[in-house]
Design a binder for this molecule. Structure first.
Ligand code: ZN
Length: 178
């Protein structure tokens, strides 16, 4: 599933506060999801009070498990992406397409990068993701349990309970839905 995050948005125009669910990841192999990105409608919040629409400057990863590629839109440096990439490398092996997903700052360049992967001009490595994410995740979690029992090591930084984004962006995240 695409990962979504609840956020409190403050409308930049009228200062009304409302809840909005942001995408942190989106599964681009589904045409309706791809369309959300390509038509610039992803993470655009419409204020219920004044009707103004705001595109939220929030990094997310676009993935396509069928074509084995992923691309981050990272308008501002996000240290959580370093942790996510390390988690993917641990889970799926170094060099797989999620761990090595390009991090693109510019929105148009981000979309162009997706198109390049779709046309085969860029290629990602499948890793072990292609054989079914859920099975892999379950296997991974079992491995993690074993490791934790053996080594009593902490988490791999894959799951964060709370992300807070600097106030200037006008929204606060308070929960991640996995
Ligand atoms: Zn408003």
């Amino acid at each position: 599933m695409s990962k979504r995050i609840e956020a409190k948005i403050t409308c930049p125009r009228c200062k009304h506060q409302f809840d909005y669910t942001l995408y942190r990841s989106i599964w681009g192999e589904y045409p309706e999801n791809r369309e959300l990105v390509m038509s610039d409608k992803i993470n655009v919040a419409k204020c219920p009070s004044c009707g103004d629409s705001t595109k939220l400057v929030f990094p997310f990863i676009y993935t396509n498990a069928k074509q084995h590629f992923a691309v981050w839109w990272e308008p501002e440096y996000d240290p959580q992406i370093d942790k996510d990439s390390a988690g993917y490398a641990n889970m799926l092996g170094e060099g797989n397409y999620l761990a090595t997903a390009p991090r693109v700052r510019d929105w148009d360049e981000f979309k162009e990068t997706i198109l390049k992967f779709e046309r085969g001009e860029l290629k990602g490595k499948p890793g072990t993701m292609s054989s079914g994410m859920e099975g892999q995740m379950k296997g991974f979690l079992k491995d993690l349990e074993k490791k934790n029992k053996k080594q009593n090591s902490g988490c791999l930084g894959m799951v964060a309970a709370i992300i807070t984004v600097a106030g200037g962006l006008g929204y606060t995240l308070f929960q991640i839905i996995l």
